[in-house]
Design a binder for this molecule. Structure first.
Ligand code: TRP
Length: 351
C-alpha cells in the first residue's frame, strides 16, 4: 500500500503513571511529531496488552488508563491532532491478531530480544509459567500498528525488536495474500542519552518496580528530595577530584533536559552542558552545586506538565470523553482494515 499521508501510531501500557524516562525516550518525540500536524496520529492506551502480564490485577490496569491519558495530555498531546483511544474497545485489533498468529513461528517469537529480556525481568513473577498472551504480545502489537495503516511508530529503544517483528509480519502477510498491509517504521528519540535514561540510583533502567523513577506528576518537594539523594560519581570524593560524567545519572539527565535558557537563568558561569561537564571532569566542581542546578532544570521542565495534569485531573469525565470520542473514530479505521484483510484472505463470504 502506498499512501502519501504519513500515519503515526504509538501507545503506552497503563500499568503505572509515566515518568521522565518515558518522557525523554518516547513522549517528547511523540509530542513533537503529533503536534507538528504532519501526521494523522493515533495514541493508544494499550490496556489489553497491559493485561498480558497483569491478568490478576485488572483494577490496576483500569485505574492507570486515566493516569496514562492524563500524562499524554499533560505533556501537551493535542486531542484535536491525535486520536486517543483504548485498545480493548477496538475489537478489530484482536481479530487481526488472530490471523497474524499464522504469520509467525514459535521459534521466531522465542528469539525476539524484547520478549526474551522482559520474560527474564519478570522471572520472579512468572517463573517458567509465561502466559501465552504475554509471549505473543508482539503479534498483537503488529495488529495495533497495521489496523491504522501506521507508517511511523515512535517508541522507546527497547521496543525496536517488536517493531522489527511487526514489519516481518506485514511482509509475510503481503507476500501470501497480496499487497494489503502498510509497512511501518520505528522512530527513536534524537538524543541518544534520552533513549535510555538511567534510574536515580544509577541503575541502567528506570522503572517503577525498581523505585528509581521521577514521575511526571511528582510534587516539587518529591523531585527535590529524589535529586538530593541521587547516585552520582562514587569516585568524586573531594570537590577538587576529577569527576566522571559517564554512567553518572546527574550528568545524563542534564545532557537530556538542560537547555541554554536554564544555564542563563540558574548557572550563568557556563553556556551549556559541555562547559559544565568539562569543569566537572577537570575537578573543582562539587556535586551539591550540580544537583542544585539539576533540580532547577527538572522543576522548570516538570512544573507546567504537573500544572496541566492537576487541571485535567479535576475533570476525569472530560478526559474519558476524549477517549470515548477517539475510540469511536479509531474503530471506524480498524473496521476498514479488517474488511480489507478478510477480503485478501478470502474470508468475505457475505459481500
Ligand atoms: N509495547 C509498548 C510499550 O511497552 C506499548 C505499545 C502497545 C505500543 N502497542 C503499541 C507502542 C503499538 C507502539 C505501537 O511501550
Amino acid at each position: 500500500m502506498t499512501n502519501k499521508q504519513e500515519i503515526l501510531l504509538t501507545g503506552d501500557r497503563p500499568t503505572g503513571a509515566l515518568h521522565i524516562g518515558h518522557y525523554a525516550g518516547a513522549l517528547s518525540s511523540r509530542l513533537e511529531m503529533v503536534n507538528s500536524g504532519k501526521y494523522k496520529s493515533f495514541v493508544m492506551i494499550a490496556d489489553a496488552q497491559a493485561l498480558t502480564d497483569n491478568a490478576d490485577n485488572p483494577a490496576k490496569v483500569r485505574e492507570n488508563v486515566l493516569q496514562v491519558a492524563l500524562d499524554n495530555l499533560a505533556v501537551g498531546i493535542d486531542p484535536s491532532r491525535a486520536t486517543l483511544f483504548i485498545q480493548s474497545a477496538v475489537s478489530e485489533i484482536q481479530e487481526l491478531a488472530f490471523y497474524y498468529q499464522n504469520m509467525v513461528t514459535v521459534a521466531r517469537l522465542q528469539r525476539n530480544p524484547t520478549v526474551k529480556s522482559e520474560i527474564a525481568e519478570k522471572r520472579e513473577k512468572f517463573g517458567s509459567s509465561v502466559p501465552v498472551g504475554f509471549f505473543t504480545y508482539p503479534i498483537s502489537q503488529a495488529a495495533d500498528i497495521t489496523a491504522f495503516n501506521a507508517t511511523v511508530v515512535p517508541v522507546g529503544e527497547d521496543q525496536l525488536p517488536v517493531i522489527e517483528q511487526a514489519i516481518e509480519i506485514v511482509h509475510k502477510f503481503n507476500s501470501v495474500y497480496g499487497d494489503t498491509l502498510t509497512v511501518p517504521r520505528g522512530i527513536l528519540a534524537a538524543n541518544e542519552n534520552a533513549r535510555r535514561l538511567p534510574g536515580t540510583d544509577g541503575n541502567a533502567k528506570m522503572g517503577k518496580s525498581l523505585g528509581n523513577v521521577i514521575n511526571l506528576g511528582d510534587s516539587a518537594d518529591d523531585i527535590a528530595a529524589k535529586i538530593k539523594t541521587m547516585f552520582t560519581d562514587p569516585l568524586h570524593l573531594r570537590v577538587s577530584d576529577p569527576g566522571h560524567t559517564e554512567n553518572n545519572p546527574v550528568f545524563i539527565y542534564l545532557s537530556v533536559f538542560a537547555k541554554p535558557e536554564h544555564f542563563a537563568a540558574f548557572m550563568p558561569a557556563y553556556a551549556n552542558y559541555e562547559e559544565l561537564a568539562a569543569h566537572y571532569r577537570r575537578g573543582g566542581l562539587g556535586d551539591v552545586i550540580v544537583k542544585k542546578f539539576l533540580n532547577e532544570v527538572m522543576q522548570e521542565t516538570l512544573r507546567p506538565i504537573r500544572a496541566r495534569r492537576e487541571e485535567l485531573a479535576r475533570d476525569p469525565g472530560a478526559v474519558m470523553q476524549i477517549l470515548h470520542d477517539g475510540t469511536i473514530a479509531a474503530r471506524v479505521v480498524a473496521a476498514q482494515t479488517i474488511a480489507r484483510v478478510k477480503r485478501a484472505m478470502k474470508l468475505d463470504y457475505f459481500g
